[in-house]
Design a protein. Structure first.
Length: 137
């Protein structure tokens, strides 16, 4: 088994998506360093928008999705570019907001930076307007 210290950036990103897809929150959190530059831009009514920096805050972030959303109806990674410590992933997904029953399609980009096999930067750029509309009753 590859240890986090010897993992490449691509391996760390693959491990992140495998844990996220499996709903394995323990493995998901293990992909992150103790302190992370973690930011998701978005409207004030989007519960996961904002900055975080430690594993407790990151656990709360990922814990929001099953509480607030049904799905995904679809999920597809369309592009992944890796160079050194950085990786950018472009993906499409469709979810439904449980409270409003409104669906949103989201094409987004994630910028990861990996140091010593762990994610130290996670910046998400998503269609925050579509998500805002889906959360609006």
């Amino acid at each position: 088994m590859t240890t986090t210290a010897t993992r490449t950036t691509g391996e760390a990103v693959d491990a992140f998506f495998a844990a996220f897809g499996a709903g394995d929150s323990e493995s998901l959190l293990a992909q992150f360093a103790d302190t992370v530059d973690f930011h998701v831009s978005g409207a004030p009514n989007v519960p996961w928008a904002g900055s975080r920096s430690d594993k407790g805050e990151i656990a709360e972030f990922f814990g929001l999705f099953p509480q607030l959303l049904d799905g995904p109806e679809s999920f597809e990674i369309t592009t992944r570019v890796t160079e050194g410590q950085d990786a950018v992933v472009i993906a499409n997904c469709v979810f439904e907001v449980t409270a409003t029953k409104k669906r949103f399609a989201n094409r987004y980009a994630l910028h990861f930076t990996v140091t010593d096999g762990l994610i130290v930067r996670y910046h998400m750029f998503e269609d925050s307007y579509a998500i805002h509309v889906a959360f609006t009753p």
